[in-house]
Design a protein around this ligand. Structure first.
Ligand code: ADP
Ligand code: MG
Length: 598
């Protein structure tokens, strides 16, 4: 038989390797930033266009490459960072596989310009998917500049697979945060679509955290410091009352490398035991320094997972030192941070330790398997009275498929409604009982409201007498800014400065008091994967908004609110499903109930 085994050509091998190294634009940014850090840069400039789909530029003032090195850096296994297998056990650099530039250049249009300090001229190399296009000497600054354009241009399937700009930008920011937090001694400038988002001066870890997450962060931080034979630990955790139901900010850095570790995360959570509800997650920013010989970072191509030699001891040290610091903070809250007047009362360990953090009401019905778990626990005083705006029943309420609900449509009889389990509204009609999921129902109500809004040219927006100012991180502000046009269509208008969002107009059916709640949820939902089906962008946006602005399960509703939900739901064109195609209510007829007794 004929031989059938081939050795793959280098460009094919590179494309395959790229599948592992480059999942999305954010992976490119990560690799380029790591190279700049390894090149001992003190300032790194980043420019992202179109969520990295159009281009990613990273420019540094590091040691640069001479012409010969520049020529081979795109080859697979080209690395200056290790030279023998022994080096693998003592890695201090970020990279060492020599795969990143080979992979990236295989699936993009790449341009590199690099110059070393003592060279007269720099080198410019242009690559087109593993093919060398040109190489020339150019005038350049010391350092390296790499521009990666049209990622996945030669793999349409991968390009199509990229998510919306909101989602890709979120990944990009995650990588940027991880790297800029692991190297506060390096300055970073970050541009997104031509706007300067961050200009981070070289500084301390603490200042870097505050610069990235907003000025308010200062009040939230509790310092953690510990030194033992096997590790040095330092960093910060958020005070327990700032823990979140969503994952929050969770950063472990081991020898200045961001890592993911469910095991160590568990250790931190264990340290907060009794201080936060089990559904909540602490936020933390922790640097662990260990002997590089005691870890293996080689177990995953993107190097975010590592193996520790002595995992159990690290777990124990983490847990006990955080516990200790939280305890100390309890006794002496003035140690390292300014006092927040709202937080003067130290934790009272004698009180019911199972209760949630101060100021947050825990939703005991919380179901971790529910999609919207990140927001279902937030309890706001969403005191929405019957809003005449929303209550205007659509004239096509005849379209309601369940015609026998018409009798409840306009005449809810008060005592026949109850709220059950802070989640269901139960109502009796002539011949049946209906059980409504309050959150889904309200989503449907808002969704139809929004759809109407976008199809009418009426301006529903109302200027606020006094614009509302809310503090958000620059990243959050950028997300909103990227969606400014859509938000405007829905009547939400705003300005912004570095840390502040200034809302100047709202649609008249949204309550100004709940602004923070709306915006917090909106930010979460905009960044989450939302399946993009055949609907228009505005339809999708209506869904996201309805999810963000709806009342949540877990909220106690007064009778007026319950009535409102029932009335407005059954005035909807499609009362039976929420915008995410789940049931809004179930109906039990007398027969159904009788059958249950058989
Ligand atoms: P690795 O980082 O694993 O060594 P890469 O493919 O990322 O592999 O980079 C290959 C080599 O190119 C590096 O080892 C380094 O010598 C050189 N290089 C890449 N980026 C830079 C940069 N920004 N400054 C200086 N040298 C760089
Ligand atoms: Mg590298």
């Amino acid at each position: 038989m004929k031989n059938i085994i081939n050795i793959l050509p280098e460009n094919v091998a590179n494309q395959i390797a790229a599948g592992e190294v480059v999942q999305r634009p954010a992976s490119v940014l990560k690799e380029l930033l790591e190279n700049s850090i390894d090149a001992r840069s003190s300032k790194i400039h980043v420019e992202i266009k179109n969520a990295g789909k159009t281009s990613i530029l990273v420019s540094d003032d590091g040691i640069g490459m001479n012409k010969e090195d520049a020529k081979i850096c795109f080859n697979r296994h080209a690395t200056s960072k290790i030279s023998s297998a022994n080096d693998l056990y003592n890695i201090k650099s970020k990279g060492f596989r020599g795969e990143a530039l080979a992979s990236i250049s295989a699936i993009a249009h790449t341009q590199l310009i690099s110059k070393q300090e003592n060279d007269q001229l720099g080198t410019q190399i242009d690559m087109n998917g593993s093919q060398l296009v040109s190489i020339k000497s150019v005038v350049a600054e010391k350092g390296t500049k790499i521009l990666v354009k049209n990622l996945f241009f030669n793999i349409p399937a991968r390009r199509k697979f990229l998510k919306s700009n909101n989602v890709e930008n979120k990944h990009i920011m995650n990588e940027f945060f991880r790297i800029s937090l692991s190297h506060p001694e390096v300055g970073f400038i970050f541009f997104n679509d031509g706007n300067e988002i961050y200009n981070l001066k070289r500084s301390t870890f603490k200042k870097r955290i505050i610069e990235l997450f907003g000025n308010k962060t200062n009040e939230k931080l509790v310092p953690i410091n510990e030194e033992t034979e096997i590790l040095r630990l330092n960093g910060f955790v958020f005070k327990p009352e700032f823990s979140k139901k969503s994952r929050g900010e969770q950063y472990f850095f081991v020898n200045n490398r961001f890592i993911k570790s469910p095991y160590l995360n568990h250790a931190v959570k264990a340290a907060f035991e009794g201080l936060i509800d089990t559904n909540y997650n602490p936020s933390y920013f922790l640097h662990l320094d260990v002997d590089p010989k005691t870890i293996d970072i080689n177990i995953h191509p993107t190097k975010t997972e590592i193996k520790f030699e002595d995992e159990h001891s690290i777990y124990a040290i983490l847990r006990s030192s955080i516990k200790h610091s939280l305890g100390q903070y309890n006794i002496s809250p003035l140690l390292d941070f300014e006092r927040d007047k709202n937080l003067d009362v130290p934790y009272d360990f004698e009180k019911d330790s199972r209760s949630g953090p101060l100021g947050i009401e825990i939703n005991s019905n919380y179901n971790p398997f529910e999609k919207n778990k990140t927001i279902s626990a937030i309890n706001v005083n969403n005191n929405f009275e019957e809003d005449t705006q929303i209550l205007q029943f659509s004239s096509d309420s005849e379209n309601i498929t369940q015609l026998d609900f018409k009798d409840i449509n306009n005449s809810v009889i008060k005592n026949q409604i109850i709220q059950f389990n802070k989640k269901y509204i139960i109502n009796k009609t002539k011949s049946s009982i209906i059980v409504i999921n309050q959150e889904r129902a309200h989503q449907r109500i808002l969704y139809e409201k929004f759809l109407k809004l976008i199809s009418s040219d009426k301006n529903n927006s109302q200027k606020l007498l006094y614009p509302s100012q809310l503090e958000y991180s620059p990243q959050d502000i950028r997300i909103l800014k990227n969606n400014e046009d859509q938000l405007k269509i829905f009547g939400i208008e705003f300005n912004f400065s570095k840390d502040n969002l200034i809302i100047s107009a709202l649609p008249n059916f949204l309550k100004e008091n709940d602004l923070k709640f709306y915006i917090d949820n909106l930010l979460i939902n905009l960044q989450n994967e939302t399946p993009i089906d055949n609907f228009s962008e505005l339809d999708l946006f209506s869904k996201i908004l309805s999810k963000s602005m709806s009342i949540k399960n877990g909220k106690i509703l007064d009778i007026k609110e319950q009535e409102f939900i029932i009335n407005a739901l059954f005035a909807c064109k499609d009362a039976s499903r929420c915008p995410f195609n789940k049931k809004t209510f179930v109906k039990m007829s007398v027969n159904d109930i009788e059958n249950m007794f058989k």
